[in-house]
Design a protein around this ligand. Structure first.
Ligand SMILES: C[S@@+](CC[C@H](N)C(=O)[O-])C[C@H]1O[C@@H](n2cnc3c(N)ncnc32)[C@H](O)[C@@H]1O
Length: 196
């Protein structure tokens, strides 16, 4: 899986990494930036999604499709498809270009819109990566957890980099008896929840 990443995927990852690095250096306004995960978080997502039970693989916050490519590596292994949700039209367009350039379109359903209105349609979520605006993490969490398969995982990004902003969200997950949860210091800090 991680030892034999197809070249079109590696090339597109490198392109997005270069755009993201330039964004950060040039101080591009937040709305235009990709704000994507670092590669070590990507590797972690691949491993976790590949280890999840049968069911739907979901991402909330596609941006340019970078984290989606790491999740798609797991989907190829699972013979599955990623459902990924993005609100911003310009990001949807860029993600479409990503999935075409990486030649993985058959492994992804890219949905344009507010994830909160679409998550209610999902059943048996095996894996969810939550990486959107911090003020809607808790809402997304409450929509996802009741729809998770037993043994399924929810992984949320930025819980260390945005510790104060996400404190209520993390407290809720840690006290929630429907899941077992832990914060792991990978990348910007990931909250990992496993559905009991
Ligand atoms: C941090 S970025 C995602 C980065 C991406 N996961 C990656 O690592 O490549 C957050 C994204 O969530 C999107 N977003 C914000 N609110 C949303 C919502 N309600 N539904 C779906 N996407 C949303 C933003 O437009 C932005 O592109």
């Amino acid at each position: 899986m991680l030892h034999a990443i197809p070249k079109p995927i590696l090339d597109r990852m490198a392109t997005l990494e270069a755009i993201d690095a330039a964004d950060r250096q040039e101080g591009t306004p937040k709305a235009q930036r990709l704000r994507q995960i670092p590669p070590e978080t990507g590797r972690f997502l691949t491993l976790m999604a590949a280890s999840a039970p049968p069911g739907t693989v979901v991402e909330i916050g596609t941006s340019g499709g970078y984290s989606g490519l790491w999740l798609i590596l797991a989907c190829i292994q699972r013979r599955d498809r990623l459902a990924t949700f993005e609100l911003a039209a310009d990001k949807v367009q860029l993600a479409q270009q990503t999935f075409a350039a990486a030649r993985v379109e058959q492994y992804v359903q890219l949905v344009h819109g507010d994830a909160r209105s679409k998550l209610v349609e999902l059943e048996r979520i095996a894996f969810c990566f939550l990486d959107t605006e911090k003020d809607i993490y808790l809402q997304c969490y409450e929509l996802v957890v009741p729809r998770m398969a037993p043994g399924g995982f929810l992984v949320a990004d930025n819980v260390i980099s945005h510790q104060a902003e996400l404190a209520d969200f993390v407290d809720r997950a840690m006290a929630d008896e429907r899941v077992d949860a832990l914060v792991v210091p990978v990348g910007k800090g990931l909250l990992v929840c496993r559905r009991a």
